[in-house]
Design a protein around this ligand. Structure first.
Ligand code: SF4
Length: 284
């Protein structure tokens, strides 16, 4: 908990509890969330949404938590469970989202915002617009799409899937406008399909990833350890030589290898022809 106080003292605005497994498996998850809010920072929790209980939902709403992001890669049980490989899991995540909506209404609050994050795969591209129907049904406020980072080659979107994917992203955008749901389709497509030469990444100045073992990384794509909070304070690592050297590299637009798997990357280097960008995203 002293880390949370240190982060607040350094002016941190947002703490995102995410990754390295399901955060709700931590027994002290509520202590962490309450501490983040007590120190006046914004809190975001990314979860698979299957482990919420009614009591936990109520505590999270009561503590004033800001955003709960559900990783949901399908709008119905068939597709979701095909991707996740766990029978009955869609019902659990669906019920959790519904529970947050109900408890928010009961307490007369609008937080936490409910955010559905969907990775586009060759198993779900044909129904991605239905993610907006799901969001509307459960009372979610935000839907974001992301490309797939190729851990499993067989899930990557194929070239022949692209026309339907684009059509469904357009449909998703129109539905989201109609229902008043925030959606990232414009940003996603501009970075994915037409990367701007002016795109910059400010992550090394704005963000740090702290792993469960205490390693501090400049980005979740990186394994380049800047330091470890068991040996040094976060402030020492953040202001340290290694971090500052990385910032110098970014300023010169010489991006490290780990950036090559990032949605921003094609726009970070120079103007990248569409064909090359598509190749990068393994669509051609
Ligand atoms: S991987 Fe992407 S977000 Fe991370 S530092 Fe590189 S460009 Fe920035």
């Amino acid at each position: 908990m002293s880390l949370i106080g240190e982060l607040a003292g350094m002016g941190t605005r947002r703490v995102h509890v995410v990754g390295g497994g399901e955060p709700l498996l931590r027994r002290d998850i509520l202590d962490i969330m309450f501490a983040v809010k007590r120190w006046g920072m914004e809190g975001v929790l990314t979860t698979n949404g299957t482990l919420f209980t009614e009591d936990l939902v109520r505590e999270i709403v009561k503590c004033g938590w800001d955003i709960v992001m559900f990783s949901v890669d399908g709008p119905n049980a068939d597709i979701y469970e095909d991707i996740r490989g766990v029978s009955g899991s869609f019902d659990r995540v669906y019920s959790s989202m519904k529970a947050f909506s109900r408890v928010r209404t009961e307490y007369g609050v609008c937080k936490p915002l409910l955010h559905i994050h969907c990775v586009i795969l060759n198993l779900n591209f044909m129904v991605i617009d239905e993610m907006i129907d799901l969001a509307r049904d459960v009372g979610a406020n935000i839907v974001t799409f992301d490309k797939y980072y190729p851990e499993y080659e067989d899930l990557i979107l194929r070239k022949e899937d692209l026309p339907v994917t684009l059509k469904n992203l357009q449909k998703a955008y129109q539905k989201a406008q109609r229902y008043g749901i925030y959606i990232n389709v414009e940003d996603f497509l501009s970075l994915w399909m037409k990367p701007s030469p002016n795109t910059r990444c400010y992550w090394p100045w704005l963000y740090a990833d702290i792993d469960p073992n205490g390693d501090v990384l400049p980005c979740c794509f990186s394994r380049d350890v800047m330091g470890n909070i068991k040996k040094h304070s976060f402030r020492q690592i953040w202001d340290g030589e290694k971090y500052n050297n990385l910032r110098k590299i970014f300023k010169k637009k010489k991006f490290p290898d780990f950036c090559k798997d990032c949605t921003l990357y094609p726009g970070l280097i120079n103007r990248v022809p569409l064909g090359k960008a598509l190749h990068y995203f393994r669509l051609v």
